[in-house]
Write a protein that binds this ligand. Structure first.
Ligand code: AMP
Ligand code: MG
Length: 579
């Protein structure tokens, strides 16, 4: 009997068992034909622990995950065995996480994700069931874990089948607001898509993803979220800098959540292999995330493309507005919902530098900060190629025109965001020039990106006018060394005078609410990682706390030097694709 045919029978049997009351939380072991023994978290005691007032659950009783959205509508890979292979005619393979052999330790949780998205009181994270769930040891009864088949263009070339090589979609959670969130473990073992990989993720990269994605959310940037981070004592071997120095590291897993994990590469692989019926089915599923697009509209693929074009332009402009470089903008890492996904060797730049490349492995500097918008265009073009077989000639022409509009959309959004960063209201002909002028000065003197904007938000205009810039405004002191800074300030002050109905305090408040004081700089992440590798996770948790309020001055963060000039050793930090 194949696993797929076995599964519904098995689940029905298990559910009956639960309903009959003879189900104990830790007593269910489902081995049978599955390669790995798996416990299930049961759904008994449906009302136990349910806190009506807070609408948060203090146990897993009543907490459900389902994979039905995918298993009921999409063809599932019929091969049950988990071995590396090319998969055809399927969007997902059923594949179970591979639990670690050693003990697992919960490093950190995002209380907000647990409580606001997953309806779980944070106290649930103290339970063994939680640890089992987030480390791939248990699967919630009723949900089948899935690995997604996708392809992608990596560093400009078609790479063929990629897929979830170390991630498992453990189910979809529908929360109290009716929002559906897809839960995915990353680092949870090999799948048919693992290619040469071991299916694991190491602690350092998992800390970075956990903190990076939460930090981005709190900066107001669309992103996947991170619910938890666990580490094991399982050995994972990595050549971190690709120099032959292979070191033993520890395996870790992040539980990430997103409204959807589908990427440009999810569609590309179907077009490349001529699976056009499946392409249509998947597209319709993705389009459900865009309620303004009618499923009966014969132009819906066109409308969808147009949305992705404008939302990608938005997303990349937002990245630029906080000095974020993704690092690996391959089409398999570009979400169809235009959220930031697949955090790898990303970086928030310290000094402003359009040539900033966060990823040591990016020899061509393809994904440098200043090239992200162009890469967005390249990726959207690949999306259009994937959609092309479903478009008629007129739609193709309109889609090409939409794509041609991308640079303008990007530039418009970029300008809006930077105008807001400078506190400008209304519009002035010179606004674009004012922004470009400042960025050029910043580039010349290697001014700190985050703190230049932040300190412009905090300084009084009188002080700026007189150049009485005190020590605390260290980033402005740096840029003030540029011989053209005074010309820029003169222009800036004139322009601010044209802000209708503005006041100094309003301007400061407005600017301080969008120019962060704290971003996850590499040195901050690195310091937390170094401690984490010595089993001290306090700094990971501390950073999470701080980065949840990036716009608010926090005494503890100030004391930690997070708004200070980065330490000299920050320049030595290297981040590679190895994760
Ligand atoms: P990334 O650039 O990290 O998003 O990964 C690109 C592709 O490589 C995806 O298909 C991943 O699933 C796969 N991959 C990366 N690392 C591993 C690993 N350690 N084991 C298996 N697959 C991996
Ligand atoms: Mg990826």
């Amino acid at each position: 009997m194949s696993r797929c045919s076995l599964t519904p029978w098995l689940l029905t049997w298990l559910m009956l068992l639960c309903q009959s009351g003879c189900c104990f939380l830790d007593s269910l072991i489902v081995a049978s034909s599955f390669r790995h023994v798996h416990h299930y978290i049961n759904k008994s005691n449906l009302d136990q622990g349910y806190c009506e007032r807070k609408r948060k659950l203090s146990s897993f009783g009543g907490w459900r995950l389902s994979s039905e959205k995918f298993t009921a509508t999409l063809p599932i890979d019929p091969i049950e065995k988990n071995y590396i292979r090319e998969v055809q005619d399927s969007i997902f393979s059923v594949v179970y996480p591979i639990p670690f052999k050693s003990r697992v330790l919960l490093v950190a949780v995002s209380k907000e994700v647990l409580e606001d998205i997953l309806d779980l009181d944070v106290s649930v994270s103290d339970t063994e069931d939680f640890l089992q769930l987030v480390s791939g040891g248990k699967i919630v009864l009723g949900s089948l874990p899935l690995a997604h088949r996708y392809g992608g263009h990596q560093f400009g070339s078609w790479a063929g089948q990629l897929g979830d090589g170390r991630a498992h979609l453990i189910g979809v959670y529908t929360n109290r607001f009716g929002d559906k969130w897809e839960l995915q473990l990353k680092g949870s073992g090999r799948t048919p898509y693992s290619r040469n990989g071991d299916g694991r993720a190491v602690l350092r990269s998992s800390v970075r993803e956990f903190l990076g994605s939460e930090a981005m959310h709190h900066l107001g940037i669309p992103t996947s979220r991170a619910a938890s981070l666990v580490v094991s004592d399982d050995d994972v071997w990595r050549d971190q800098f690709y120099n032959g120095d292979i070191k033993k590291e520890r395996g870790a897993i992040v539980l990430r959540v997103a409204k959807s994990w589908f990427r440009i590469g999810s569609l590309e692989i179907l077009t490349h292999s001529g699976e056009l019926d499946l392409l249509r089915i998947l597209l319709d599923l993705v389009i459900e995330h865009f309620p303004s697009i009618s499923m009966n509209d014969s132009n819906r693929y066109l409308a969808f493309f147009s949305r992705v074009v404008s939302e990608t332009a938005d997303l990349i402009a937002l990245w630029m507005s906080v000095g974020f470089a993704h690092g690996v903008c391959n089409t398999d890492n570009f979400s169809l919902l235009s959220i930031t996904i697949d955090y790898g060797p990303f970086g928030f730049m310290d000094s402003y530098d359009p040539d900033f490349v966060p990823n040591l492995s990016d020899d061509e500097r393809r994904y440098k900060m200043g090239n992200q918008a162009n890469v967005g265009m390249f990726n959207l073009n690949k999306l259009l190629q994937a959609l092309n077989p479903l478009l008629d000639p007129r739609q193709k022409q309109l889609a090409s025109q939409t794509l041609e509009g991308y640079p303008d959309q990007y530039y418009k959004r970029f300008t809006e965001l930077f105008k807001a960063k400078l506190g400008l209201l209304g519009s002035g002909d010179e606004d674009g020039y004012l922004i470009a002028f400042l960025l050029k000065l910043m580039e010349d003197v290697k001014a700190d990106f985050t703190m230049t904007f932040r300190q412009l938000s905090e300084i009084s205009l009188d002080h700026l006018k007189d150049f009485s810039i005190s020590e605390e405004f260290w980033a402005l002191q740096d840029i003030a060394k540029h011989k053209l800074f005074s010309s820029w300030v003169a222009m800036y002050l004139l322009r601010l005078q044209r802000n209708a109905g503005d006041s100094e305090s309003d301007r400061k408040r407005r600017m301080s609410s969008i120019n962060p004081r704290y971003v996850l700089r590499n040195w901050m992440a690195d310091s937390a990682i170094q401690k984490a590798e010595r089993n001290d996770f306090s700094e990971v948790r501390f950073l999470l706390q701080v980065l949840q309020h990036p716009f608010k001055i926090q005494t503890v963060a100030e004391r930690a030097g997070y708004a200070q000039r980065p330490p000299a050793w920050a320049k030595e930090i290297r981040v590679s694709c190895s994760s």
